[in-house]
Design a protein around this ligand. Structure first.
Ligand code: RUB
Length: 277
């Protein structure tokens, strides 16, 4: 097996696999870096196998395989985010309460931009068991001076509806791992969030780079039971299911915010198909 810079390469690959590097955009960016460390067929195979629910990872690796310049690929990451930031800023009003889930770089970066440009808002977020990516979101937003209130996952209804003396959410911003024909895939819990939001009349927006579009179906990643209950006694015979992602049907989605603009779901898919022909 030809892996160059093996120690460094394997460190990045393992960090992606173990979700120390997380989120579709970061995974794709770090996979690009790892491939540059070891531009071999074997390395490509390993990188493609790490997170099955990530079309952005696949799209970036496919582009590299076709010989596309890595600087051009990286430039897309930054240019797309810049556009997304502006679209999110224009969409937000003052005094909003934004609800978000897990950790999405596309979401966090656009909220930080809105804050920097003077928008007044606060954020409700969920801790996102079992790996607590919500803590990362809360820390990053707080560091940027954004008021954030974190809820346990099962309090998402309270966080959105404002039913226990807290403020009601005005918009839900979710990231995406995959943008598919009939809806998106995002962190487990996202569809329940979208359903509660619809019940409460709170619009749901997906904030994502268009490179997360996939014309093909995507496998939903199932993760180890160990993440849920470490060292569970073998004798307990308790079965644990740990689905990492779920599908959110487009009927729950008010708009998709990508570098193309703020579009209704159907329009986004039409454009993404055209761009990816
Ligand atoms: C992260 C997650 C994020 C999307 C989008 O899941 O579901 O919402 O990946 O993230 P995990 P980004 O922590 O299991 O990778 O906007 O950073 O691409």
């Amino acid at each position: 097996m030809v892996i160059k810079n093996k120690r460094k390469f394997m460190k990045v690959a393992n960090d992606i696999k173990e979700i120390k590097i997380q989120g579709a955009r970061n995974i794709a960016g770090w996979a690009l870096y790892a491939y540059l460390l070891s531009p071999t067929k074997e390395a490509m195979k390993i990188l493609k196998s790490l997170r099955p629910t990530e079309p952005m990872l696949m799209n970036v690796l496919n582009k590299l395989e076709k010989g596309e310049d890595h600087k051009k690929i990286l430039n897309h990451f930054f240019e797309a985010q810049k556009k997304i930031n502006k679209f999110v800023f224009d969409l937000m009003e003052d005094e909003e309460v934004i609800f978000t889930h897990c950790h999405s770089t596309n979401v966090v970066k656009s909220l930080k931009y809105a804050k920097k440009k003077g928008k007044k808002f606060e954020v409700h977020n969920t801790e996102t068991r079992p790996l607590f990516q919500g803590r990362k979101t809360a820390r990053e937003l707080k560091k940027a001076g954004i008021k954030v209130t974190m809820f346990v996952d099962s309090a998402l209804g309270v966080a959105i509806s404002g039913s226990q003396g807290n403020k009601k959410a005005t918009k839900v911003f979710l990231g995406a791992d995959a943008l598919l024909k009939k809806g998106v895939i995002n962190k487990i819990g996202s569809e329940v969030i979208a359903q509660v939001a619809r019940e409460e009349g709170v619009p749901v927006y997906i904030i994502a780079d268009s490179w997360k579009f996939s014309p093909k179906e995507i496998k939903l990643e199932q993760r180890d039971f160990d993440e849920v209950w470490k060292n569970i006694p073998q004798k307990s015979h308790i079965k644990i299911k740990n689905p990492a992602f779920e599908f959110v049907h487009k009927k729950y989605i008010k708009g998709v915010i990508t570098e193309y603009g703020v579009l209704p779901y159907k329009k986004f898919i039409k454009k993404a198909r055209k761009e990816n022909q």
